[in-house]
Design a binder for this molecule. Structure first.
Ligand code: TRP
Length: 485
């Protein structure tokens, strides 16, 4: 929860020598610079070097005061609702209803989280039509519906990735999953479906991190359980159709201990991020175990190509692109902050919105609430019952009213799910119009969704059945991959 409060303060940005920064980013920079000055002094460095560092510190302090209207104080992240006298309030009341961090997502708005505001708060960039067109031009492929429909809505440095790609400089993909249970639901597939598309159209290698260690640290589970969930989840991930010759899936418990290069990067990152910073980013408190406090370095490490010498032969300069849900952004803001300081390129990002719970877009689908989720193991009958019984409807109470006033697709969960899974743009548009006009009833809309989900999930189950222990082992063995850089 705390992290959300801190992000509230990020409603404004200013431009400094490194581009746009939010109060929290500036605060984190100040922490880093303060550390640097202290360590230079302790190490009795050259006077000129200390002076330069102090000057930068003073400049950052002035910027901070200008941006937040308050003095910087170590250990005190920018407080809630910071208002800069110069440009008035950028945090209006509505923001406070959205709560987004790696562990929680909720809003009081039935349409879901306000993603435009999130972009401002997180300091990322909107995926504009221009970027979607550019991806189409560079790959020669019709953009995935997640791009056409703004489901992946925010990015960092994607233009840079495409610039390099056009000059024949390739990149690799990195995504992941926290294996907290055996049961995966359709929402969990979103990043993987999209990552598979990216792998196909760009023809590039992919690493998938299964953070069984993270789940052990955060949940009441044993190491063995988390590791087993990692392997089980890997089967569902493989069933998304990844190319075994271009994909490495790893459990942290297995890979961390077997790869000196990976562990070296983890420690390098740990050395360059202070407790102050992770407190500011993740809201950790003094009573959180030290495993949690150091974990972000483990999620950051796969962003650097030399963590995988078997794939990249020790090269440290290969650009990484991370498709993920927006709630994972805090990890990668931290990663992007340390990258240049340890001599690595910053990873680029593509952020997706959340997959809404059946009960409504106020929260995302959660595996721990069976009625909020369509599981990948659900039978056609279960799918039908759940949609009919639980999918929040934007329709009117009676058929007469519905025919007269029409339904509201913006809050209707069945319609939202169709925007994720029904590929035909024209058909989707027609459904939207008919529903809004009242020509299409809620029951009929639900029927279309049921008939879209049933075959999709049955096919997934069929593909998962084909995934043998041997296949899992192949994907999870550190080995060279087949690609040209
Ligand atoms: N922390 C993520 C989760 O709990 C898992 C994860 C690890 C991840 N690395 C990632 C997700 C990279 C997206 C991209 O689900």
């Amino acid at each position: 929860m705390l992290i959300f409060k801190l992000y509230l303060t990020c409603g404004k940005k200013m431009t400094d020598s490194q581009g746009e920064v939010t109060p929290l980013e500036l605060y984190e920079k100040l922490n880093v610079q303060g550390e640097k000055v202290r360590s230079l002094k302790t190490a009795k460095a050259e006077k000129a070097e200390i002076d330069t560092a102090v000057q930068l510190l003073l400049k950052l302090k002035t910027d901070y005061k200008h941006l937040t209207g308050q003095d910087y104080k170590a250990g005190c992240p920018p407080p809630e609702n910071v208002v800069n006298q110069d440009n008035g309030s950028a945090t209006d009341g509505i923001d406070e209803e959205d709560n987004v961090d790696p562990w929680n997502v909720s809003t009081s708005n039935a349409k879901g989280v306000d993603y435009d505001k999130l972009i401002v708060r997180f300091g990322s960039s909107k995926i504009e039509k221009e970027l979607v067109d550019r991806i189409e031009k560079v790959t020669g492929q019709k953009p995935h519906r997640f791009l056409r429909r703004g489901i992946f809505f925010s990015h960092r440095d994607m233009h840079q990735v495409l610039d390099a790609y056009e000059k024949n400089k390739s990149f690799y993909l990195y995504t992941g999953r926290g294996p907290s249970s055996e049961a995966m639901h359709v929402g969990h597939l979103i990043p993987f479906i999209f990552t598979k598309w990216l792998q196909d159209v760009f023809d590039i290698p992919l690493v998938i991190q299964l953070t069984d260690d993270e789940k052990y640290l955060w949940k009441d589970l044993t190491i063995e359980e988390c590791h087993r969930f990692a392997v089980e989840n890997a089967k569902d991930i493989i069933a998304c159709g990844f190319d075994v010759n271009k994909t490495f899936i790893f459990s942290d418990f297995d890979y961390m201990g077997s790869s000196p290069e990976f562990y070296r990067n983890v420690v390098k990152i740990q050395k360059h991020v202070t407790y102050n910073q992770v407190k500011g980013i993740f809201g950790f408190t003094d009573s959180d175990c030290i495993g949690k406090i150091s974990f972000p370095a483990i999620q950051a490490a796969p962003s650097f190509s030399n963590s995988f010498p078997q794939i990249f032969g020790g090269r440290r300069d290969i650009q990484c692109l991370i498709p993920c849900a927006i709630d994972q952004d805090p990890y990668f803001r931290m990663t992007r902050d340390v990258a240049p300081r340890i001599g690595y390129p910053k990873p680029a990002l593509l952020h997706s919105s959340f997959f809404p719970a059946l009960q409504g877009a106020q929260t995302k689908m959660s595996a721990s609430d069976a009625n909020s989720s369509i599981f990948l193991t659900d039978t056609p009958k279960q799918i039908k019952n759940k949609v009919n019984k639980h999918a929040f409807s934007g329709g009117k109470d009676t058929v007469e009213e519905h025919r007269k006033f029409g339904g509201n697709p913006d809050v209707d969960v069945s319609f939202m799910y169709l925007t994720f899974f029904l590929d035909d743009d024209e058909q989707l548009e027609k459904i939207k119009q008919d529903y809004s006009s009242g020509a299409l009833l809620t029951g009929e809309l639900k029927k279309i969704l049921i008939e879209t989900l049933q075959p999709m999930i049955a096919q997934h189950q069929e593909r998962r059945k084909q995934v043998t222990e041997e296949t899992v082992k192949q994907f999870m063995t550190p080995r060279p991959l087949n690609f040209k850089l």
